[in-house]
Design a protein around this ligand. Structure first.
Ligand code: HEC
Length: 108
């Protein structure tokens, strides 16, 4: 009987570990450094337009320019796909770098 229960316990432990690491996802300080390559086109300290919109308060907005709600998934999609003058960062930045940038954007 115990042998049948053990795998469930392991799965639950793995799930808990995933949730914990998920909570720590993204390092805003590192994201700030990576954002330097974005700051050519984006202000971080105002919402004034440079090449692209200023990103101060981005996560406090209701919607992105593309009309979608501001959340991690949609901001990541914009970073990945670019368009309308913004480069696509899909293969330029690693997933970790994107996590860090998103963590940083949330602090603006
Ligand atoms: C060459 C200039 C350029 C660079 C570099 C650039 N962007 Fe952009 N970005 C733009 C433009 C232009 C838009 C507006 C696109 C549109 O209106 O559809 C934009 C839009 C965005 C948006 C959507 C904002 C909104 O309110 O809808 C986000 C988020 C964003 N950029 C993040 C980044 C990040 C993060 C980086 C760096 C990894 C970056 N951008 C690098 C030009 C740039």
């Amino acid at each position: 009987m115990m042998k049948m229960i053990a795998p469930v316990g392991i799965a639950a432990a793995l799930l808990a570990a995933n949730l914990l690491s998920g909570a720590q996802k993204g390092d805003a300080a590192k994201g700030k450094e990576t954002f330097e390559q974005c700051s050519v086109c984006h202000n971080a300290d105002s919402d004034e337009k440079k090449m692209g919109p200023g990103l101060k308060g981005l996560f406090k907005h209701d919607k992105l320019t593309n009309g979608k709600p501001v959340n991690e998934a949609n901001v990541r999609a914009v970073i990945n796909a670019g368009g309308n003058g913004m480069p696509a960062y899909e293969s330029i930045l690693s997933d970790e770098e994107k996590d860090n940038i998103i963590a940083y954007l949330k602090t603006l």
